[in-house]
Design a protein around this ligand. Structure first.
Ligand SMILES: NC(=O)C1=CN([C@@H]2O[C@H](COP(=O)(O)OP(=O)(O)OC[C@H]3O[C@@H](n4cnc5c(N)ncnc54)[C@H](O)[C@@H]3O)[C@@H](O)[C@H]2O)[C@H](O)CC1
Ligand SMILES: [K+]
Length: 497
């Protein structure tokens, strides 16, 4: 599914209306009908809070349908003296003809009536601002939003919770805390910003039937990951052999950390990588030999390590490494001896933060970096807060600067090659446990080894990792990396073409 900025949405809407001749009021009515699907039919007392633009126009249309359904509807128009949009006026005039209850909020005392109505209502329809919000809100509006947040039982926001900047998710003074947001036609970019989930509630997207030819013209190349994850895994031919599914090297583990190497290697095996070799520290070799039945094991010092890198279809490097000089040597060996895709994770990324030059000069864009926000911040030389505030931009810029694929982990993991951006929608806090990142590295690596290009493998890997976690968390309070590993192969079947 496409994700749009308010600017693109405006252009799309404008072209549909002015270029294709679609009637703007008909388009608004399409929005209204789709929003109506999300009003609980059992709710009787409904408050509709409107601003003065087309978001308010949508809300007034909803009010009209609710009155027809014999609901008790109280409408509050919060324009602060501004002129209402044309289609908003159209809906308001119809409502006047229907003798609807309409109050204007003009001064602070008018808030008493709003507060009382909201506290007596079952649901508030929030149509204050949508994609048009561009400036910081003054106290007139922040007070109204505070009233909604204080007195409401349930809020249904139209398009965007009012008060959130549709472009960057910034809270423009105050923001409605919705239980559900009905987004029109596309996801808005703000939904995927750091704190958006605290305000949007559940997000549903409703189509307005805008033709594809128009939306494709204003494609900003930002999508949710389900846009490409369906049926992208090559079918496993029954006459194939282990060589068909690639030779994979996992360079992971150190004296200090043991579990990570095991998890990454086992995840790659279970994802279907053909021949997996784990290169690890000398001390770990006997332990890993006893734990990993299907993978071969060598140590970093072994001359076989460089040989196997050269023969690999994909190398993963980083889980359980330490950020010391011997790790730098391992990272250098991996980069200088391979042309194949590489997935760098964890301390390998920390090492690369101080040696970005190692990433330059590759023929193909086939290095994947999978930082969490802390690693991303170190890599970019900024704060974690900066990363969290601008996840999409930071991931994209880093992908452009390094010519790598960036998988910026966290809630709504961002995957980008610098051109296209995919935002993952699977996964939850039930998966917040040690080893999850190592497991993801193994899955992405396992997918690349089977022939998927590194970018698609990253998008699918992140998606399936979260998808399994979501599935398991329906029955389990918390989900561990081992739980995911045990189910990968079962779930991957669903993604086979
Ligand atoms: N996209 C579509 O195809 C459709 C969208 N619909 C709905 O329309 C809104 C967008 O409507 P718009 O009139 O452009 O803007 P808003 O209603 O969000 O805002 C009104 C108005 O507010 C002004 N403004 C901006 N910042 C502030 C501020 N801080 N204080 C006061 N006023 C402010 C700004 O100038 C705007 O003009 C979209 O979200 C959908 O809900 C259609 O109904 C269906 C088609
Ligand atoms: K709204």
């Amino acid at each position: 599914m496409k994700i749009v900025t308010p600017d693109a949405m405006r252009k799309i809407e404008d072209e549909y209306i002015n270029g294709y001749g679609m009637d703007s009021f008909a388009l608004m009515e399409t929005a209204v009908i789709s929003i109506m699907k999300h009003v609980n039919i059992k709710d009787r007392n409904i408050v509709v809070v409107c601003g003065f633009g087309n978001n308010a126009g949508d809300a007034l249309g909803v009010a009209r349908h609710l009155i027809v359904l014999h609901k008790i509807v109280k409408i509050f128009i919060c324009s602060n003296g501004r002129e209402l949009s044309r289609d908003c006026i159209k809906n308001m005039n119809i409502l006047y003809k229907m003798n609807a209850s309409i109050e204007f909020i003009r001064k602070t005392e008018d808030l008493n009536s709003l507060n009382k109505s909201i506290s007596e209502s079952d649901v508030v329809i929030d149509g204050l601002f949508g994609t048009g919000l561009s400036r910081q809100l003054d106290t007139y509006y922040t007070d109204i939003i505070k009233s909604i947040n204080t007195y409401s039982k349930y809020v249904l926001s139209i398009d965007i919770p009012s008060g959130m900047n549709g472009e960057n998710g910034y809270i423009m003074g105050e923001c409605v805390k919705a239980n559900k947001t009905v987004a029109l036609q596309f996801y808005k970019k703000c939904f995927f910003c750091d704190k958006a989930k605290n305000y949007t509630g559940d997000v549903v997207v409703e189509s307005l039937g805008i033709p594809k030819e128009i939306s494709e013209k204003y494609d900003e190349k930002v999508y949710t990951s389900d846009e490409i994850t369906d049926k992208i895994l090559p079918k496993r031919n029954k006459y194939s052999h282990k060589g068909t599914f690639g030779r994979t090297t996992i360079a992971a583990g150190s004296e200090k950390y043991t579990g990570a190497a095991y998890i990454a290697a086992q995840a790659a095996v279970k994802t279907g990588a053909g021949l997996v070799t784990l290169a690890t520290s000398k001390e770990q070799v006997p332990i890993m030999q006893s734990k990993l039945a299907e993978a071969m094991i060598c140590d970093y010092e072994d001359k076989y390590f460089v040989e196997i890198i050269k023969k690999s279809n994909v190398v993963a490097c980083g889980p359980g490494l330490d950020s010391n000089d011997s790790s730098l040597k391992i990272v250098e060996e991996v980069i200088t001896n391979s042309e194949c895709p590489i997935v760098f994770d964890a301390d390998a990324i920390n090492v690369l933060s101080a040696h970005k030059e190692l990433l330059f000069g590759r023929k193909e864009k086939n290095i994947v970096l999978t930082p969490h926000p802390g690693e991303m911040a170190r890599f970019c030389g900024c704060s974690i807060e900066d990363v969290n505030n601008k996840r999409i931009e930071i991931a994209k810029n880093t992908a452009i600067e390094t010519n790598c694929i960036i998988v910026l982990k966290g809630y709504n993991t961002v995957i980008t090659d610098g051109e296209k951006i995919f935002i993952n929608t699977t996964g939850s806090s039930a998966m917040a446990s040690g080893g999850m990142g190592d497991c993801l590295t193994g899955i992405v690596t396992g997918l690349i080894s089977q022939g998927l290009d590194p970018f698609k493998a990253s998008v699918l890997g992140v998606y399936i990792h979260g998808f399994i976690g979501d599935s398991l968390s329906k029955q389990m309070y918390s989900v561990t990396a081992t739980d995911i590993i045990n189910k990968i192969s079962l779930y991957l079947k669903e993604f086979e073409s």
